[in-house]
Design a protein around this ligand. Structure first.
Ligand SMILES: [Zn+2]
Length: 397
């Protein structure tokens, strides 16, 4: 049986309990859908010290260009309080026109629809003139070390080259057709430590209070704004996410204070230029600040979180227009081209080919009772099928 029905495809995938890092049978189920369509399927296990081994899947139909990649993940976040679900998190039950299950929208649903779309395309027209591949990881919701990055590297090492990629993450805030993501902000995190001298609150001249310093430094990070946004991006935004002193006594000046921050940044910056700006702000605030009324210098240390996420923006018209046109043809709605929200695996794929993201409505992702409207599965399959025809038409022209 060919996998032309996205509802059946999704039910099969949801019934595989593939909570990160478990494969849960999900990749085997996907392999069983793709092989009858003619895909050559590779199962790639990635390993690294200190992280669980992860199963991934790469499948390709065709040997020539142009080459379109569909990327996504079959792993899902934990179910949370299972008793709170109105239908089992791996049941794929349908009630009131909605299918329930962990991963229904994030993002087994997107995979189920793309499989159905390519199956329908093959049934009607034969294989596309070019190649289609699936790059599917089991490590998107986990540490993301043994997933997309390693799978891309593995495929590139054996000579795979792509012309465009569609990531099937849920991108629509309210309704199918709302939003295509054509880029993502970068993300950078750090932790600041101010060292003082512990002492009695009644004898501050004998102590240095690091709380004063940490407030002066965090204030300098929060104000003024880093920029006012750009043509394609909202303004960069820094949030101080914690200030820790760990002091349980009211009459003791503590020895040390730490704070952590995260900044989501636009294409005004690179991770490197932003680190330089943050360091400059902290240096100025430290030079102007003091740990005591009668002046004691602020000395701080900063440590950066490993692996900042780099900002990117896709400017490939053939890709954006094909997808945008498909959304509009099927839904009658013109999708917003957006760069909002968190990071995704698209940040790794952009190093290999232009990438855009479009999938289901994200409202219930990661929640109890994650579910998808069955009618949305049909609509998304139509959009993907239209996109496939259109993109190969564009790319061949
Ligand atoms: Zn996801």
């Amino acid at each position: 049986m060919t996998p032309t029905d996205p509802i059946a495809n999704l039910a099969t995938l949801i019934r595989c309990p593939s909570v990160t890092p478990a494969e849960g049978g999900a990749l085997s189920a996907l392999e069983a859908m793709l092989k009858p369509l003619g895909f050559a399927v590779d199962r790639v296990v990635a390993k690294d010290v200190g992280t669980p081994d992860i199963e991934n899947l790469y499948a390709r139909l065709g040997t020539e260009g142009p080459h379109l990649m569909f990327a996504g993940h079959t792993d899902v976040v934990p179910v949370g309080d299972e008793a709170a679900w109105s239908h089992g998190p791996f049941s794929a039950d349908i009630a009131n026109g909605e299918m329930y299950g962990r991963g229904a929208v994030d993002m087994k649903g997107g995979i189920a629809c793309f499989v159905a779309a390519i199956a329908r395309h093959i049934e009607k027209h034969g294989p596309p003139k070019g190649s289609v591949s699936f790059l599917i990881t089991g490590d998107e919701e986990g540490p993301a070390i043994n997933g997309t990055t390693k799978l891309l590297q593995w495929a590139a090492d054996k000579g795979e080259r792509w012309d465009a990629c569609l990531v099937g993450e849920p991108t629509n805030p309210d309704q199918l057709g709302d939003m295509i993501k054509i880029g993502r902000r970068g993300s950078l995190s750090g932790r600041i430590t101010v060292n003082g001298v512990q002492g009695h609150a009644a004898y501050p001249h004998l102590a240095d209070n690091p709380v004063r310093g940490i407030l002066q430094l965090t204030q300098a990070l929060m104000d003024p704004p880093f920029d006012n946004g750009t043509e394609s991006f909202q303004a960069s935004n820094l949030e101080v996410t914690t200030i820790d002193v760990g002091n349980s006594a009211v009459n003791v000046i503590p020895a040390k204070a730490t704070a952590a921050f995260n900044i989501r940044f636009n294409d005004t910056w690179t991770a490197e230029s932003l680190m330089a700006e943050i360091t400059a702000r902290l240096d100025r605030a430290a030079a102007a600040g003091s740990l005591r009324q009668d002046r004691a210098p602020v000395r701080y240390e900063i440590t950066w979180a490993e692996r900042p996420s780099h900002v990117f923006l896709t400017r490939n018209n053939a890709l954006i227009d094909s997808l945008s046109g498909a959304v509009e043809a099927v839904t009658g709605r013109q999708p917003k081209l957006s760069t909002t929200g968190g990071t995704s695996d698209a940040r790794f794929i952009k190093d290999y080919c232009p990438v855009v993201e479009f999938g289901l409505v994200g409202q219930t992702m990661h929640m109890v009772d994650e579910r998808v409207a069955v009618s949305d599965l049909e609509t998304l399959t139509d959009i993907y099928e239209t996109f496939i025809s259109s993109w190969f038409g564009h790319a061949a022209a």
